[in-house]
Design a protein around this ligand. Structure first.
Ligand SMILES: NC(=O)c1ccc[n+]([C@@H]2O[C@H](COP(=O)([O-])OP(=O)(O)OC[C@H]3O[C@@H](n4cnc5c(N)ncnc54)[C@H](O)[C@@H]3O)[C@@H](O)[C@H]2O)c1
Length: 326
């Protein structure tokens, strides 16, 4: 089967593409390889993917209608879509909010317009985010909870994607599933996220900024578990007669103290961090925790990687990739 993966040069897109290729799918990748973070990391991921015969990458912007429509016209065999391209990151959405409406709202709309004209599409899976839970205080976060109170533009655009998807499934019968990812980490991870940022600073002997005086909790989800969830979801499109637009949580189903996560990074690196405690950042939430009951029920999703296993795997990759001697 041919699967379109957007954001293929990104962290989750890279791993998802690898897993799809490993089971024999043809992957048509899209990524504009933008410079939100180190482009050489994206290029290195694409180089790995390029070693597989079934992979092609198209360097286009998902908000570029003509380019996206032309790509779909050239690939009428696409049966699955995993849409992961987005402007990610809560903090950057305070600096450049337009990047978020461009990629996350306009880009998503263009893909839906292209997808609805595709004959034979079985399932369109897209990335939402735990950030849609905003100021909710009831834990764990459940897909049945209201999510009308986003506190960042990033979260607002992810919630917009869910609403636009609902309209498209209603209007055109498109099978659309949104996955709310909870803090994903692992090898080939994103340089703007905690594990990467902290490892780099600890190794450089710099202090690591820790917000809300360290009183933060996150449902940290290891990349292999996320990929299993994404592909499990792709393989289970909405059933006939049921709702065509669905949303699920994909998390580790454990809320960990940020300070424990940092301790795992320190242990794996064999170095102590200097901590620069700072106040809560605008747009950030204090705690995330995923209720995954529906995800387990419908896709057989079971997260298997505690931070005590996942963090050392990340650190091993980091040291290997950047030639760090421990
Ligand atoms: N990593 C996490 O913890 C996390 C948590 C919640 C949600 N998500 C969501 O999961 C998805 C993947 O995240 P990631 O961590 O792999 O991020 P990433 O930034 O590594 O990957 C996104 C990729 O999309 C590409 N891209 C961005 N805008 C584009 C555009 N307009 N056209 C074409 N390509 C574009 C980027 O170049 C990048 O390679 C995103 O939708 C993100 O919002 C991630």
């Amino acid at each position: 089967m041919t699967v379109l993966v957007t954001g293929a040069a990104g962290f989750i897109g890279f791993h998802t593409s690898l897993a799809l290729l490993a089971r024999g799918e043809t992957v048509v990748g899209i990524d504009n390889v933008n410079d939100y973070y180190d482009v050489s990391l994206k290029r290195a991921r694409l180089a790995r993917l390029g070693e597989h015969g079934g992979f092609s990458c198209h360097e286009i912007d998902i908000a570029d209608r003509e380019a996206v429509f032309a790509l779909f016209a050239a690939h009428p065999d696409i049966r699955g879509i995993v849409h992961l391209a987005a402007q990610a990151g809560v903090r950057y959405s305070l600096i450049n909010p337009y990047a978020y409406t461009h990629s996350n709202v306009e880009g998503h709309l263009v893909l839906l317009e292209a997808a609805r004209k595709l004959e034979g599409l079985k399932h369109f899976v897209y990335a939402s985010s735990s950030s849609v839970y905003g100021t909710n205080t009831k834990l764990p976060f459940s897909i049945d909870d209201r999510v009308d109170t986003p506190i960042s533009i990033y979260a607002a655009t992810k919630k917009s994607m869910e609403m636009i998807s609902h309209a498209y499934s209603h209007l055109y019968g498109l099978p659309l599933t949104g996955l709310r990812f909870f803090t994903v980490y692992g090898p080939w991870g994103r340089p703007d996220m905690a594990a990467f940022l902290f490892a780099r600073k600890i190794l450089a002997g710099e202090a690591i900024p820790v917000f809300n005086q360290g009183d933060m909790r996150r449902d940290f989800t290891y990349i292999d578990d996320i990929v299993a969830g994404v592909i499990g979801c792709l393989d289970h499109p909405p059933a006939d007669g049921g709702p065509k637009a669905r949303v699920y949580n994909i998390g580790n189903n454990r809320s960990e103290r940020l300070m424990d996560y940092i301790a795992e990074i320190e242990k794996a690196l064999g170095r102590k961090a200097t901590i620069d405690f700072q106040p809560m950042q605008p747009g950030d939430v204090k705690e995330t925790y995923a209720d995954i009951a529906a995800t387990t029920r419908d896709f057989g999703f079971v997260p298997r990687t505690p931070i005590g296993e996942g963090v050392p795997r990340f650190v091993d990759w980091y040291c290997d990739h950047y030639g760090v001697k421990r």
